[in-house]
Design a protein around this ligand. Structure first.
Ligand code: NDP
Length: 230
């Protein structure tokens, strides 16, 4: 993991940035969209620096074992129990019941699940894993919900560098909203954020991402990436 820590937010949102309804997703049946989420959050991308190092030396540092997905307790609860923890990723669940005043986040009896009392505590845990334990984890994704996205966007200095947005173009009733307006369906800039090109999205996620409007079960959506403008 590169330091300082870089966070990528991943979400699907309607044009008015709706992300949830009654503790669940407002839509169902977006299998390809969910498969995209799984691929991009699981894929281990070796940093360029490390690639150069490995071609010039036999003393290769260990690559990251897993990417991390950080989520709020309500999002964790919304994942059907047969699908959690999300496989092939370190799952970090934020809950006040984990004790924000504790010094560190704590592993649980479930493999690949860590409970943290705050986002800061989760990030401290990942720093510790990377620096003191070695091997650490790869990319760090914040996967919701609204409370944890807001906490990630409020970090100072800014750690949320990138947003992988599935812009849902069909209308859905929502009661939970992402805190930034990113102009889903358009290219307009949100203060401090700029939509990236398809080439930049492909390069960052490590695949040829389907371009333009996709449709599944009558729901239209588009894969986008937004980056913080410094
Ligand atoms: P969250 O998933 O953000 O979880 C909220 C919980 O996180 C709180 O109840 C609390 O847990 C814990 N928490 C929040 N802030 C803190 C803090 N500062 N310190 C410690 N713990 C904290 O809930 P939301 O209601 O915002 O979002 C859930 C909704 O979002 C659902 O409808 C879900 O389906 C949707 N969603 C949609 C996504 C999308 O891409 N469309 C992605 C992810 C979720 P506790 O109560 O245990 O203390």
């Amino acid at each position: 993991m590169s330091l300082p820590l870089e966070l990528t937010l991943v979400l699907a949102a309607t044009r008015d940035m709706g992300i949830g309804l009654n503790g669940a997703l407002p839509w169902t049946g977006l299998k390809k969209e969910m498969a995209y989420f799984a691929r991009i959050t699981k894929r281990i991308m070796v940093p360029q620096q490390q690639q150069q190092h490995s071609s010039s030396s036999s003393d290769v540092p260990p690559g990251p074992a897993l990417n991390a997905v950080i989520m709020g307790r309500k999002t964790w609860d919304s994942i059907p129990s047969r699908f959690r923890p999300l496989k092939g990723r370190l799952n970090i669940v934020i809950s006040r019941s984990a004790g924000a005043s504790n010094a560190t986040a704590a592993a649980t009896e479930k493999p690949d699940v860590v409970m943290a009392g705050s986002l800061e505590q989760a990030l401290a845990y990942l720093h510790h894993q990377a620096q003191d334990v070695g091997g650490g984890c790869g990319r760090v994704f914040v996967i919701g919900g609204a409370q944890i996205y807001a906490a990630a966007l409020a970090l100072h200095p800014p750690a949320a560098r990138r947003i992988l947005l599935t812009g849902v173009l069909s209308d859905f009733t929502c009661d939970t909203f992402f805190p930034l307006k990113l102009g889903v369906g358009g290219d307009e800039e949100e203060k401090g954020w700029k939509r990236s090109s398809k080439a930049a999205l492909d390069e960052w996620v490590g695949e040829d991402v389907p371009q333009g409007v996709q449709e599944e079960n009558g729901t239209r959506y588009e894969f986008q990436m937004w980056e913080r403008v410094d």
